[in-house]
Design a protein around this ligand. Structure first.
Ligand SMILES: Cc1ncc(COP(=O)(O)O)c(C=O)c1O
Length: 406
């Protein structure tokens, strides 16, 4: 089946919006993607007809809301091929999911001197929570440096692992270099030493089909807003053997079975980790986004993305004065770059005048910026609705921005 990008674009109302008198060219998808009508309308319908609080009431609306919320958990379970729906926790996003693991698992099970291995190309979301543990408990962070293209050698992990290594936390896809480490290899190696692995799937889940049982990762997480869903919702998948041993990290309603004056009894997972009224609409909307996404995968989405990614890499290479970071990753949906003599913030601001949205800055990757020897860079990232015209608009705007500085 050939993927029909023009038909797909019609599902995203925002794409017909004008920016500064130009058609929108949206290439900031690695930050947040746009939502299809299925999600926008689905949310409206849900909120207009079925909304109430979940897990509490016995009235019709509460039952409908609870069933939509729990149905969405099952959609995520199926999507990730998790063994059970109890292994799927709704969080407020990828960052929240890492913090949950840091607070509920690592804080409880790691001690002073224990080591966590991460890579230099992690997003701050998969760095800062481990720094908290370093500060609070004296846990040591060990860094695996990637090369300029985001590549590692598995030997680097082998050498870094010691008897004190208690967790390895790695991104599935770098949000800067677009590189995708061989996470299966890392997981197999870690498990051979009895070490659990957390995979940050915030970027990867959008461009690759995931099977957490096949991967055998212990923790997997992603955000809804990068996967064509609402913001303020994310997922933590964790094997039940870990969830059973994890303390709840936030206290309140829904995460307890009994509360007495002197005692509390916690609920089982997943409720144990979802204190208070959750993001009900966000969770329901995420289920709708995943249904839409899976439909597009069946229509050949990934082949389309590969073609557009290759086109983007080939076109940007031709721009004079361009410096590409991770230039070997030509199949990647992300291109990060600088233009000699021009600040990335200026590029982003100037090309916005032509309706082109890209990201500029550090991309929440301080250690990687240091490794690359730069303060900032610009980033263009594609989504299912990106077509060749978008890439041509971007390149033309970029050329014009460069011409301004000559
Ligand atoms: C690789 C990666 N991990 C984690 C995050 C954090 O996601 P969120 O801001 O949705 O919590 C991002 C966001 O850009 C990311 O790209």
């Amino acid at each position: 089946m050939t993927f029909d990008v023009e038909k797909t674009r019609k599902d995203f109302p925002i794409l017909s919006r004008e920016i500064q008198g130009n058609n929108l060219t949206y290439l900031d998808n690695a930050a947040s993607s746009q939502k299809p009508i299925d999600v926008l309308e689905g949310i409206k319908q849900f909120e207009s007809n079925d909304y109430s609080n979940v897990h509490r009431g016995l009235h019709t609306l509460s039952v409908l809301s609870t069933s939509a919320y729990e149905e969405s958990r099952k959609i995520v379970q199926k999507f990730l091929n998790a063994k059970s729906f109890e292994e799927i926790i709704f969080t407020s996003g990828g960052t929240d999911s890492v913090n949950l693991v840091a607070s509920s698992y690592a804080d409880e099970h790691l001690s002073k001197g224990d080591e966590i291995i991460i890579t230099t190309m992690e997003h701050h979301a998969n760095i800062v929570p481990w720094h908290f543990l370093r500060e609070r408990k004296g846990v040591q962070i060990k860094w695996i440096d990637c090369d300029q293209n985001g590549k590692f050698d598995i030997n680097q992990f082998e050498k870094a692992i010691t008897s004190k290594t208690k967790l390895i936390a790695v991104t599935q896809m770098s949000n800067v270099l677009g590189a995708s480490p061989d996470i299966k290899n890392i997981i197999d190696l870690s498990h051979s030493q009895g070490i659990p692995v957390l995979i940050d799937g915030c970027q990867g889940v959008v461009h690759e089909k995931i099977d957490v049982q096949d991967l055998d990762c212990d923790f997997y997480l992603f955000s809804g807003h990068k996967l064509y869903g609402p913001n303020g919702i994310g997922i933590l998948y964790a094997k039940s053997q870990y969830l059973d041993r994890m303390r709840p990290w936030r206290g309140g309603g829904d995460m307890i079975k009994y509360v007495e004056k002197e005692n509390i009894t916690y609920n089982d997972a997943p409720n144990k980790f979802e204190a208070g009224t959750p993001n009900i609409t966000g969770a329901v909307g995420l289920g709708m986004a995943i249904n839409y996404f899976e439909k597009k995968i069946k229509e050949g989405l990934f082949d389309h993305e590969l073609k557009i990614s290759n086109y983007l890499h080939n076109q940007i290479k031709t721009v004079k004065g361009i410096v590409i970071y991770g230039e070997e990753n030509i199949d990647s949906p992300i291109v990060t770059f600088n233009v000699e003599g021009q600040h990335p913030h200026d590029i982003s601001t100037i090309i916005d005048n032509y309706g082109v949205a890209i990201r500029a800055g550090q991309h929440c990757c301080g250690p990687l910026m240091d490794l690359l020897g730069i303060n900032a860079s610009a980033r263009a990232s594609i989504a299912m609705y990106t077509n060749q015209q978008d890439i041509d608009n971007f390149i033309e705007a970029l050329e014009r921005s460069i011409a301004l500085f000559k």
